[in-house]
Design a protein around this ligand. Structure first.
Ligand SMILES: C[S@@+](CC[C@H](N)C(=O)[O-])C[C@H]1O[C@@H](n2cnc3c(N)ncnc32)[C@H](O)[C@@H]1O
Length: 331
């Protein structure tokens, strides 16, 4: 193919000039020839020495693991279009038919995303009090401890020992934006601290409770990592803490069971304070069952409340959503 031959010393300057002129042929590697460099060009260009030469094609880096994964064609259509990335760990949800090809899928992910060091498949649903899930190793390192960055916060955590979802980053930022400087926050189900440490940037004090000793261990480490001084980690059942403190804002990020803790949340929020309640709801009836529970507990306690906002946080299962209801307790 047609090429421009230039001296080694001028190569970089001329490469840029050829790009400016729009004639540098993409997809081929320039070639060294003694004291000269040859650039492939798409057509004749005046003012340069033109020669004929062969060039090696540049390998285009694939952007998506689905472009390179080697699996039978009949199951290719089942490949998920996305997966979670937590620091250097990838977690993918594979249908049963793809599990025999898990290793090939994991290796393709490692090849495309160079910063990922370990790939796991979800081994079941998030379950138990600690809300963790089983993971199946597919490729790369077997290490499950990772360092994740989100909303300017560094979070160290072990994906096999604690709950963490990177898909909640936007929701956490929403709550941060609603937080007023100087508030006292009660993070009832704190995990490794993605809400607590973020909100601590505005709040006066954050009480961060979790039942899982691993979550509290990582929370303590994350407090140090982020040089946060106003988060108080508390290991234990939130039922033992609630009512013993008064917060301006309460976060109830335990969507599966938050309704069971509404009494504790309402008893812990000051008059006029806000509760961020989370739950799961079917598409056709996202909020009303949850609101009925809020209403019932408020009535029992003799409190009034006002709903500030209802929102879909993210899809959770087919036709199911993780939802949020923000309400103010008037007492
Ligand atoms: C869905 S996770 C949320 C963690 C964290 N807020 C986040 O956004 O990553 C719920 C957390 O609540 C904790 N938990 C469950 N029941 C609890 C209880 N009765 N008291 C305190 N923590 C509890 C679990 O251990 C888990 O870490």
């Amino acid at each position: 193919m047609l090429a421009v031959r230039v001296s080694k010393q001028e190569a970089e300057k001329i490469r840029r000039r050829l790009i400016e002129l729009g004639v540098l042929s993409r997809g081929y590697a320039p070639k060294r020839e003694g004291e000269f460099v040859l650039f492939p060009v798409t057509g004749s260009v005046g003012g340069f020495e033109l020669v004929e030469a062969d060039f090696e094609r540049l390998e285009r880096r694939p952007h998506n693991y689905r472009e390179i994964v080697e699996i039978p064609d009949e199951v290719r259509g089942l490949l998920p279009s996305s997966f979670d990335i937590i620091g250097w760990v990838a977690i993918i949800e594979l249908p049963g038919e793809l599990m025999p090809h898990g290793k090939a899928i994991g290796e393709a992910i490692l090849r495309v995303h160079r910063h990922i060091k370990a790939v796991f498949a979800k081994g079941g649903k998030v379950s138990g009090e600690y809300r963790v899930r089983e993971l199946i190793h597919l490729a790369g390192e077997r290490r499950t401890e990772t360092l994740h960055r989100e909303n300017g916060v560094r979070l160290k955590l072990d994906v096999a020992k604690v709950y963490f979802s990177p898909r909640l980053a936007t929701e956490r930022m929403r709550v941060f934006e609603k937080t007023q400087p100087g508030e006292v926050i009660f993070d009832m189900f704190a995990g490794v601290g993605p809400y607590s440490i973020l909100l601590a940037k505005k709040a006066k004090l954050v009480f961060a409770v979790d039942l899982n000793p691993w979550a509290i261990r990582y929370l303590e480490e994350n407090i140090r990592l982020n040089k946060t001084s106003n988060v108080i980690p508390i290991l234990g059942d939130v039922k033992n803490v609630a009512g013993k403190l008064e917060a301006d804002r309460v976060i109830m990020n335990l969507p599966k069971f938050a309704d069971r803790f509404l009494r504790e949340a309402m008893l812990s929020v000051r008059k006029g304070g806000v509760v961020h309640y989370y739950g799961f709801g079917p598409e056709e009836n996202l909020f009303s069952e949850h609101e009925a529970k809020i209403k019932a507990i408020a009535k029992e306690l003799g409190f009034t409340f006002e709903i500030l906002e209802r929102r879909k946080v993210r899809p959770y299962a087919p036709r199911q959503f993780n939802i949020a209801i923000d309400f103010r307790v008037l007492k």
